[in-house]
Design a binder for this molecule. Structure first.
Ligand SMILES: [Zn+2]
Length: 265
């Protein structure tokens, strides 16, 4: 009889789409044992566990801080899609990160590892950006916002359990959103003071997104954190897609955002 932890680890890897052989090798057990646990032979409860193993289906632990950040990234620049045959129901979550910010690629990778421990995270090079990807059968359980159309063309609302996590960790959520679809810029202004040129810097934050719902989630969290913001609609570069822009320019609010977001890196 193997320890419960070994069985759980095997089921976790299986839930992530690993083959029985790969699971057996990783857990140092026989292929037959993996098969038995997976199909529920020998242990009564394992069949159910193997099919539902995830923070939502079977009460596996979820790191709320990392999840709140990842949810922000997902709503900004994330995408979930089927991998391979539909029957197998393996999903890929991918988050696009610009090449300009290698630190953010690393932070995104770390967040994925924390939300999904013992899991492979793949970084795919594309022109100008990297896709950080992970495969799992249960992505839709923790990101039920997935849908057929683009995010701004459908309703995006959080489940009650997600709202509870985000309200407990609003900084991580706002950080995720700004890291994906936001930026921190600095306006430099030159002024003549007592016959001398003086330079002043005005840092500010912007967040732009086409989804009314995602913009709404951001400003509700900014309100919760006591951060002042302004909002306007703007035509996108192509001229047809309208983007909502949230800007934060008041000094105390920028300072507050600097304490947990800061410039991209
Ligand atoms: Zn699940």
């Amino acid at each position: 009889m193997y320890p419960r932890a070994t069985v759980n680890e095997a089921l976790r890897l299986h839930a992530q789409g690993w083959t029985d052989h790969a699971v057996a090798q990783a857990c140092n057990v026989s292929v037959q044992s993996v098969r038995n646990w997976r199909t529920g032979r020998r242990r009564r409860s394992t069949k159910n566990e193997s099919e539902t193993y995830c923070p939502r289906c079977s009460g596996a632990s979820l790191d709320h801080r990392a999840y709140s950040y990842l949810l922000g990234l997902y709503l900004g620049d994330g995408y979930i899609g089927y991998v391979g045959e539909r029957a197998k129901k393996v999903w890929a979550l991918q988050i696009s990160c610009a090449n300009d910010w290698p630190g953010l690629v690393q932070e995104c990778t770390n967040a994925l590892h924390t939300v999904l421990p013992n899991h492979r995270v793949i970084v795919v090079n594309r022109t100008g950006c990297k896709d950080v990807k992970a495969y799992w059968k249960h992505w839709l359980c923790i990101f039920p916002q997935h849908g057929a159309r683009r995010k701004h063309e459908r309703q995006i609302s959080l489940a009650e359990w997600q709202i509870a996590i985000v309200e407990n960790h609003p900084r991580e959520f706002v950080r995720g959103l700004i890291h994906s679809d936001g930026c921190r810029t600095t306006n430099r202004v030159r002024r003549m003071v007592d016959g001398e040129w003086k330079y002043y810097e005005y840092p500010r934050y912007f967040f732009s997104n086409a989804s009314r719902d995602i913009l709404g989630l951001l400003v509700v969290m900014l309100d919760l954190l006591g951060i002042e913001w302004k909002f306007r609609w703007k035509r996108g570069r192509e001229g047809h897609q309208v983007q909502g822009i949230v800007s934060i320019a008041k000094k105390p609010s920028v300072a507050l955002l600097d304490s947990f977001v800061g410039p991209k890196y």
